[in-house]
Design a protein around this ligand. Structure first.
Ligand code: GCU
Length: 695
């Protein structure tokens, strides 16, 4: 009996090409493979190609020891191609770490400058076959647009994962360095298949123990495992480590002993891990130690580490996620106010890592105003792949749609066309180095991500890290085809479902620009009433400001003036009510309950109808999914169906709890078309989730 599909194979479970005529074409065009060259990366690429071709074409592919004149797949570095092929490809400018795939002189050729380029070329060629693209006239040049394409694991040394909803950490620290779990290899392979080339193994809320020699040996074993796949390892550095594990009396970045401590530490790391990527640092943020503890600045702290890393070509990813409990300024303004004046002061190997929006990974946020506002500093994007505020691994939400919205936002910082994507890939301000990070949603669950469809978010993040200009429909299409089926009756409705799923979650959680309405600590479920937490900006009431008059956060000139951190004409667009996008209305404006929206509804009615729409969108997702059983295995179908049932229940929970609570202020009847809440407000307030995962 065949085992049911359990999702472990991700998008790389190569299935035989279902289109008979295409299969015939592929078989004719690839009758054998010539793939010369020896290296650990090339060995991985060759093994992948063999696995993929055999499964996709249903043959045992011949790997020959010489090149022939036609119907062969030739995979070789440019310098290894014969003169005729080199001549044919003379004009092709292959990007660093990129590849070329083309139909050349009767053969299909995958070529690159670097070994890792060939690995990426192989994965992309296999994707073409998986997604059933014709290959007869191939002429495809591709390369990564961002240099460092990194996953951030928020994994703790005790095996828990902060904001992790897919089981425990993958890293078995106690068994390392000697025991290499097969999963590490499968993880690296999956990352390489989408072009991810770096991994931060540990939580930004860092533990200094990680930097002790025995842990560095463990990290080195992981680095050795990932290296053939083109993946570098990075670590989170706790700023107070010189005191905690180095027994110094200070961690002041200007203290020569502290500087020497970091230098020695870093030199030692590079002895064990010659291609170590560098440090990711959360400093003076949410209680973490940092240079400000010693009256120094973020620049002092980051540059001190950067100096020690520079001789080894390492980088510092210094996070801009800062806001202070002692500062009454609108939280949305604080990171900009603190970091923008430091533009130009960071060393070349410092990259300031900025979350996509100014608050915290909400279902929808306008792009962070820092993007484009620090032209002399390399800025990395930080997206969250794990769904801390979007239903954990229970709700189906396709995040590439959210990422795309941010990347394609125009900052106008250098005039029209100054897209966030151009800030990140370094092209807007001509940076030598560029980076993107995604907070991982991967854990020890059999299917890696908890929800089978959360795999699409790992995949999609990787694809956008490679090319931040890709559109989310293409990513959805490719992932669906690679993971499940190429049948148009599946791909078309399911692409629509994935694309719509992002707007659905916005509608049933935080419509019209509302944000940060979730319950305390675990961040699951609604808690718009929460108002008594120690720090004002941790309370949902701080953000929605509902009162008898209306609702929303006034960030205009008469309010917190956060809007003025954006360049013109973006600022005016957000400031002027008539121009402000309605999906961000309450992010920027406090409006009366009877304010009229463009469709003629009052704000109150519209709020209720948006919540209802979110619920209805989940119902529509359920309906579509019911029709998909012919195209997916029974186990996946059942799993997703059960999860969608929960998602519907919880969408209703969000609608009911939020609308009942806001009703306390508006005192208006629920709009016609909004289903009546199932329980009382007190009931929703009484719900507690003390053991929710991820805390
Ligand atoms: C959020 C999240 C924390 C995390 C923090 C960060 O606030 O809830 O768990 O540590 O972001 O990004 O540093």
């Amino acid at each position: 009996m065949a085992l049911p599909q359990n999702g472990y194979g991700l998008w790389l479970d190569y299935k035989k090409v279902s289109d008979a005529s295409l299969l015939g074409d592929y078989q004719n065009q690839i009758q054998s493979v010539y793939f010369p060259g020896e290296s650990s990366t090339l060995d991985v690429a060759r093994a992948e190609l063999k696995l993929g071709l055999n499964a996709l074409l249903g043959t045992t592919m011949e790997f020959s020891s010489s090149a022939s004149n036609n119907t062969q797949l030739i995979v070789a570095k440019f310098e290894q191609l014969d003169q005729k092929l080199q001549k044919n490809l003379k004009k092709v400018k292959i990007p660093e770490d990129g590849y070329y795939i083309g139909h050349v002189a009767g053969n299909t050729v995958i070529t690159a400058k670097e070994d890792v380029g060939l690995l990426y070329g192989v994965f992309n060629f296999l994707r073409m076959l998986q997604t059933q693209q014709p290959i007869a006239k191939l002429d495809h040049l591709d390369g990564p647009k961002i240099d460092l394409r990194i996953l951030n694991h928020w994994d703790n040394l005790d095996g828990t994962v902060e904001r992790g909803y897919a089981g425990k950490s993958l890293w078995k620290w106690q068994k390392l360095p000697k025991y290499i779990d097969q999963r590490y290899i499968d993880y690296a392979r999956a990352n390489a298949s989408v072009g991810i080339n770096g991994t931060v193994l540990t939580n930004v809320n860092a533990n200094a123990w990680l930097l002790t020699p025995s842990y560095i040996d463990k990290v080195a074993a992981l680095a050795d495992t990932f290296r053939p796949y083109g993946i570098k390892v990075y670590l989170t550095a706790r700023f107070s480590a010189p005191m905690e594990i180095g027994h110094l009396s200070t961690a002041d970045p200007l203290d020569p002993q502290v500087q020497q401590w970091w230098k020695d530490k870093i030199d030692n790391i590079y002895k064990k891990i010659p291609d170590f990527g560098g440090f990711l640092v959360k400093a003076n943020s949410e209680g973490q130690p940092g240079p400000q503890n010693y009256g120094r600045s973020h620049v002092d702290g980051a540059n001190m580490m950067a100096d020690a890393l520079a001789p080894h070509n390492g980088v510092v990813l210094w996070r801009a996620f800062v806001y202070s409990e002692h500062d009454a300024t609108d939280r949305a303004k604080q990171a900009y106010l603190e970091f923008v004046p430091m533009d130009g002061k960071f060393k070349d190997n410092v990259i300031v890592q900025v979350k996509n929006g100014a608050i915290d990974f909400q279902p929808r946020e306008p792009f962070h105003p820092i993007f484009g506002a620090m032209p002399k500093t390399a800025l990395a994007m930080e997206f969250q792949i794990t769904q801390e505020y979007l239903g954990f691994s229970t709700h189906l939400v396709f995040l590439p749609k959210l990422y795309e919205e941010v990347l394609k936002s125009d900052t106008y910082q250098q005039g029209k066309g100054s897209l966030v994507a151009k800030v990140i890939d370094g092209s807007l301000d001509n940076h030598k180095i560029s980076a993107i990070s995604g907070v991982s949603n991967i854990g020890s669950d059999l299917n890696w991500t908890g929800h089978p469809f959360a795999q699409a978010n790992w995949y999609g993040y990787g694809r956008l890290a490679w090319d931040p200009y890709l559109d989310s429909e293409t990513i959805a299409d490719q992932w669906l085809r690679s993971t499940y089926s190429n049948d148009e009756n599946f791909v078309k409705p399911m692409t629509e479902l994935l694309i719509e799923s992002r707007e659905a979650v916005v509608n049933y959680m935080t419509p019209l620009g509302l944000h940060h309405l979730m319950d305390t600590n675990h961040h699951y479920g609604p808690g718009p009433w929460v108002s008594e937490l120690a720090r004002p900006e941790w309370n949902p009431t701080y953000y929605h400001k509902a009162d008898a008059e209306g609702i929303g956060f006034d960030r205009t000139q008469t309010g917190s003036d956060a809007i003025m951190q954006y360049a013109e004409p973006v600022a005016q667009r957000f400031e002027q009510l008539e121009q402000c996008p309605e999906n961000l209305l309450l992010w920027f404006h406090h409006l009366p309950w009877d304010y009229t929206l463009s469709d003629g509804h009052t704000l109150w009615d519209s709020l209720g109808l948006q919540y209802q729409k979110g619920v209805d969108q989940v119902r529509a997702m359920q309906k579509t999914w019911e029709q998909m059983s012919p195209y997916v295995d029974a186990l996946s179908h059942k799993e997703v169906r059960m999860l969608l049932d929960i998602q519907l229940e919880e969408a209703i929970w969000w609608k009911d709890a939020c609308m009942l609570y806001f009703h306390e202020y508006s005192k208006l009847p629920f709009p016609k078309g909004m289903e009546t809440p199932k329980h009382s407000l007190d009931y929703y307030k009484s719900l507690k989730h003390p053991y929710a995962p991820g805390i």
